[in-house]
Design a protein around this ligand. Sequence first.
Ligand code: HEM
Length: 410
Amino acid sequence: MGAPDITVERLGPGYFADPYSVHARLRAQRPVTRVIMPGGAPVWLVTGYAEARAALTDPRLRKSMPGWQPLPDSIFAMLERHMLNSDPPDHERLRRLVTKAFTARQVERLRPRITTITEGLLDDMSSQGGYGARAEVDLLASFAFPLPITVICELLGVPAGDRDDFRTWSATIVSDTPGPEVFQAHATAMARYFMALLAAKRQQPGDDLLSALLAARDDEDKLSENELVSMAFLLLVAGHETTVNLIASGMLALLLNPAELARLRADPSLTGSAVEELLRYVNPVSNATFRCAAEPLELGGARIGRGDPVLVSLSGANRDPARFGDPDRLDLGRDSSGQLAFGHGIHYCLGASLARMEAAIAISGLLARFGSISLAVPAAALRWRPSTLIHGLEALPVRLVRAQGASTGS
Ligand code: HEM
């Protein structure tokens, strides 16, 4: 693989909890270095901002390996034929099928429903303590997870009651540490779930995105059956594995930076720029999905060989001091534009407007309802998910005290 290198870092459990110090160390040597993934595979890791942007728009870094053949029809083929795994022209064809549903204008129409779902969850949490009493809840399980999963389920037409099943399957699929048997079992369960759901929708279509995609498949032949199942899978997983972490890790960042939290409470008009800074600071998707070099190339002083896998670190780029001054400081007033939390280039997040709106409604709703929010455990005791893709908490135990005059919800 390429030229001799400086350090080969092995990414392990410490990296899941704190990718930032590893990135800072690597970036100080060179913005593109080799690392060993938790599973043992060597990859190039891009931790510099300029190099990350360049990599994400470089047509030589592709989603498919040179000479790669799609898997023969199998349960995995049903989940992997989606836009985030595709290069042009398939990528554009697949993305175009759903772009309209996620435009800022279309998403704006969801605002009242997202607000209602949020208020309902706040009511449930409020009713867990008497007035002025401290309620202790896991903010992730009670709020940050159910909000985006309910929204994406309603949009797709997936029964929200099944969410505990796909929460488990999806957590396995984005994790770096499941054994092959668990991975196979959960991926199979996920594929079977969608096959059954789509079969039921064929019989009884609804006013939802999956029914619209079924019509595009059956009436207009715009995508294959595997592409349809893969699309449903991608939208469901991307729609909730990410925003949950923006809300939960975002709240944690505010709790650990009380001056910034006070600033936001004092001036709720900061919410928009706060969400942007929290995206830069907490990086719900720590590293972009893999790219592969279709031909040899140089990036940030590294010589990347044909066929080498490349991992672009969004959290690395967003904390690069060459782009954001004092990058490890949370500053809700800073200009965070250009942050790469949603990626860059043709795979730029389709759900960015939706995620921004959900997070803004969630965080401002929480602060309005609860006059005091504090961590119920020491920060060092919080556990992070074993994933190099997603940077997210396992749980966020907090104590909540209702604001004076806030509704009880009961
Ligand atoms: C805070 C929340 C979110 C974050 C941080 C986030 C982040 C990202 C990133 C970094 C990518 C590009 C990955 C790459 O290039 O390898 C991406 C792509 C994507 N995201 Fe999001 N996402 C979020 C929420 C959502 C939501 C709510 C949806 C709704 C369905 C969504 C759907 C997608 C899709 C479909 C793609 C693939 C786009 C393509 O390949 O053209 N995301 N997201």
